[in-house]
Ligand binder design. Structure first.
Ligand SMILES: Cc1cc2nc3c(=O)[nH]c(=O)nc-3n(C[C@H](O)[C@H](O)[C@H](O)COP(=O)(O)O)c2cc1C
Length: 213
């Protein structure tokens, strides 16, 4: 197995998938990596819905279809229909994990009342994403989808929080990382040793379109 940092460097968000299934043993390994994620008080509130049938993938396509938005049109150069009326952020993934958590099964901070569920499920998703990358399987974390429609079409109960979709599959032949991929801010902009810089000097706003200002 490669070093973890190599896997992190090589992974990128795949937005165009080959018509090739993910082998069951690789799916099992990905789910197993999620199983071993740390969660608050080891409560393991994550609930992962695995979708790989044509009927269920058609539902994903339906709740990942939107009206035109510049940022997503730019991102979706390789997506199904990047026209100026509808944009489909399904990208042809053959396998979709719907990452949820059971609100009744999470740890709750005793003073603030904040639930750990979304954090727990996020860590689970990252474990799965990195394991997929280590196995040569591409992935995409998807937050931008119609959550209500997803609940309705998939029958996800109200007492489950819905965190993200994790697309999995092999990259299509000419798949390329998007232009916003592959760079990261220098540590000096995001890490502060033993104190913060003067107020205001470290904040950067991100617009709805995702461009930093
Ligand atoms: C919380 C979160 C939400 C995201 N939502 C979407 C999304 O809805 N659609 C999409 O195409 N990519 C989405 N992404 C992928 C990011 O755009 C991507 O990770 C980022 O641009 C860095 O590129 P890289 O993953 O190729 O390194 C999301 C990533 C994260 C972590």
């Amino acid at each position: 197995m490669s070093d973890l940092i190599d896997i992190m460097h090589k992974r990128h968000t795949v937005r165009s998938y080959a018509d090739r299934p993910v082998e069951p043993e690789k799916l099992s390994a990905v789910l197993e990596a999620g199983r071993w994620a740390p969660t608050a008080v080891n409560a393991q509130p994550q609930r992962i819905v695995v979708l790989d049938t044509p009927e269920n993938l058609a539902k994903v396509r339906e709740f990942c279809t939107f009206g035109w938005k510049k940022h997503y049109v730019d991102l979706a150069e390789q997506c199904d229909t990047p026209d100026h009326e509808h944009i489909v952020l399904y990208y042809g993934a053959p396998l979709v994990l719907v990452v949820c958590y059971d609100r009744d099964a999470c740890w709750t901070h005793p003073e603030s009342g904040a639930s750990s569920g979304a954090t727990d499920a996020t860590i689970v998703a990252i474990h799965m994403m990195l394991e997929a990358a280590s196995l040569g399987v591409g992935s995409a974390w998807i937050s931008y989808f119609d959550h209500e429609k997803a609940r309705e079409l998939l029958g996800i109960p109200e007492d489950w929080g819905l965190v993200c979709l994790l697309y999995l599959g092999y990259p299509a032949k000419n798949e390329q990382p998007a232009h916003i991929s592959g760079t990261r801010k220098p540590l000096a902009e995001t890490c502060f040793f033993n104190g913060l810089p003067p107020a205001g000097s470290h904040s950067q706003k991100v617009t709805q379109e995702g461009d930093s200002q």
